[in-house]
Write a protein that binds this ligand. Structure first.
Ligand code: HEC
Ligand code: HEC
Length: 343
C-alpha cells in the first residue's frame, strides 16, 4: 500500500518538475491539483450565486445590463470594465477584496445595490472570485495598496466643532470641493476661506453654486456629486467611510484622490494643510449629513428630478420642515439614517 502511494507521489512530482522546468520550485503538483479543484469549486459556487442574486441587475455576462437595470440611475456596475468606484485604493486602481466585500455586505445606499447581509462569508468570497473573471484587468494588474489612514487628531475629542470648522475652511478655501459639490457658505465666506488658505479671492463664481455640478463618468453617463444636505453618500456615512472616499477618490468619476494633494507648507513654512485634514473634511461632511432634513418635498426628490435636469436650471429645491404641509413624502428609508450614520 505504502509503496504505491509513494510511487504515485513520485510520478506527480516528476510531472511537476517536467512542467515547470525546475523541480524545487513552488508547491508540488498534487498541491496544485488540490488548490485547482478548491478554486474551481469556489468558482462554481460563485457563478451559481451570481446568477441567482446578482445577474438580474449586473447581467449574466457581467456587463451591467441585467433585465432589471434598464431604468436604474446609477446603472449597475459593469464588471467587464471593472471601474470599481468605492475602494480604499487610489482612483483608477482596482479595489481590494475587503473593499468589494464592504460594498456587497453593506450595499450602496441611494442606489439600487442592496446590502447582502445574510449571505454566508463563503458565498461572498466565491462571488468576489467569480466577478473577477469578467475582466482581464484582475490578471494583468497586481493588487493595489490601500491609502494610508493617518492618525485622526480629533478622535479623542468629544466635541468635534473644531474639526468641523477646520473642514469648512479646507473644503471651501483649499480643496475648492464646491467646483463640483455645492458650496455651503456665501461667496464672501468662500473668499474669506480662500484667503485663510493663502489662495487668491474670486470675483466670479460658477452659476448655481449651491447645487452640485453634473460631471460625466468614464462610461459617458452624467453623474451628480452628492449634495451632502440632501443626497446619500453611497459607500457609508461613518467617519472612516467618508475619510476613505475623500482620500482615495472614486474611480471612473471626476472625484479626485485627495490623499496625495494634502501636504502643503504655508508662506511661513508651517504646514498649511496636512493629510490629517482629510479627517477634518470627513467631520465636516458628516455634520452636513446629520443636518440633512428628514423630510423632503415629494416633487423635489433629487433622484427623480435629476433626469429632468433640475441641476441645469440651478433652481435649488426648498426643504420643508413641516411634514404635514402639502404633498410631502418621507424620503424612503430615511428612518434608519441615524442608525446608518452611527455604524
Ligand atoms: C437590484 C439591483 C442590484 C442587484 C440585485 C445587485 N446589484 Fe450590485 N450594484 C447595483 C448598482 C445600481 C450598482 C452601482 C451603484 C453605484 O454606482 O453607486 C452596483 C454596484 C456593485 C458593485 C460595485 C462597487 C464599486 O465599488 O464600484 C459590486 C462589487 C456589486 N454591485 C456586487 C454585487 C453582487 C456581488 C451582487 C449579488 C450578490 C449584486 N451586486 C447585486 C445594483 C445591484
Ligand atoms: C472634479 C469634481 C469633484 C471635486 C473637485 C470633488 N468631488 Fe467629491 N465627488 C465627485 C463626484 C462626481 C462624486 C460622485 C461619484 C458617484 O457617485 O458616481 C463625488 C462623491 C463624493 C463623496 C461621496 C462618496 C460616497 O460614498 O458616495 C464624497 C464624500 C466627496 N465626493 C467628497 C469630496 C470632498 C470633501 C471634496 C473636496 C476635498 C470633493 N469631493 C471634491 C466630484 C468631485
Amino acid at each position: 500500500m505504502r509503496t504505491v502511494r509513494w510511487m504515485v507521489l513520485g510520478v506527480s512530482l516528476a510531472v511537476a518538475g517536467a512542467g515547470c522546468g525546475k523541480s524545487d520550485d513552488g508547491p508540488p503538483a498534487y498541491e496544485h491539483d488540490r488548490q485547482a479543484s478548491v478554486r474551481s469549486a469556489e468558482l462554481e459556487d460563485g457563478k451559481a450565486s451570481y446568477e441567482m442574486y446578482c445577474a438580474g441587475c449586473h447581467g449574466v455576462s457581467g456587463d451591467g445590463r441585467g433585465e432589471a437595470a434598464a431604468f436604474m440611475t446609477p446603472t449597475p456596475r459593469n464588471f467587464q470594465l471593472a471601474n470599481f468606484k468605492f475602494s480604499s485604493t487610489r482612483s483608477g486602481l482596482l479595489p481590494t477584496d475587503a473593499d468589494l466585500k464592504r460594498s456587497i455586505r453593506k450595499g450602496l445606499k441611494g442606489s439600487a445595490m442592496p446590502p447582502w447581509e445574510l449571505l454566508p462569508d463563503r458565498t461572498v468570497d466565491a462571488l468576489i472570485v467569480y466577478i473577477k473573471t469578467f475582466s482581464p484587468k484582475w490578471e494583468e494588474r497586481s493588487v493595489s495598496a490601500a491609502i494610508p489612514f493617518v492618525t485622526d487628531p480629533y478622535a479623542s475629542k468629544k466635541d468635534k466643532s473644531r474639526a468641523i470648522a477646520r473642514g469648512e475652511v479646507v473644503y471651501h478655501g483649499f480643496a475648492t470641493c464646491w467646483t463640483c459639490h455645492p458650496s455651503y457658505v456665501s461667496e464672501d465666506k468662500i473668499n474669506e476661506h480662500l484667503v485663510a488658505m493663502e489662495n487668491p479671492t474670486r470675483d466670479v463664481f460658477r452659476p448655481g453654486l449651491s447645487e452640485s455640478e453634473g460631471k460625466p463618468n468614464s462610461e459617458g453617463e452624467m453623474v451628480f456629486p452628492p449634495d451632502f444636505l440632501r443626497d446619500y453618500v453611497r459607500a457609508g456615512a461613518s467617519i472612516e467611510d467618508i475619510y476613505r472616499a475623500i482620500g482615495a477618490g472614486i474611480t471612473g468619476t471626476a472625484m479626485p484622490t485627495w490623499i496625495d494633494s494634502m501636504e502643503f507648507p504655508a508662506a511661513d513654512g508651517k504646514p498649511l494643510v496636512q493629510q490629517a485634514d482629510i479627517w477634518a473634511l470627513a467631520y465636516y461632511i458628516e455634520d452636513l449629513i446629520r443636518r440633512r432634513p428628514k423630510l423632503l418635498q415629494a416633487d423635489k426628490l433629487v433622484l427623480r428630478k435629476r433626469t429632468e435636469g433640475i441641476y441645469l436650471t440651478s433652481e435649488r429645491p426648498v426643504y420643508t420642515e413641516d411634514a404635514a404641509a402639502g404633498d410631502t413624502e418621507e424620503f424612503e428609508d430615511d428612518e434608519d439614517a441615524e442608525e446608518f450614520i452611527e455604524d
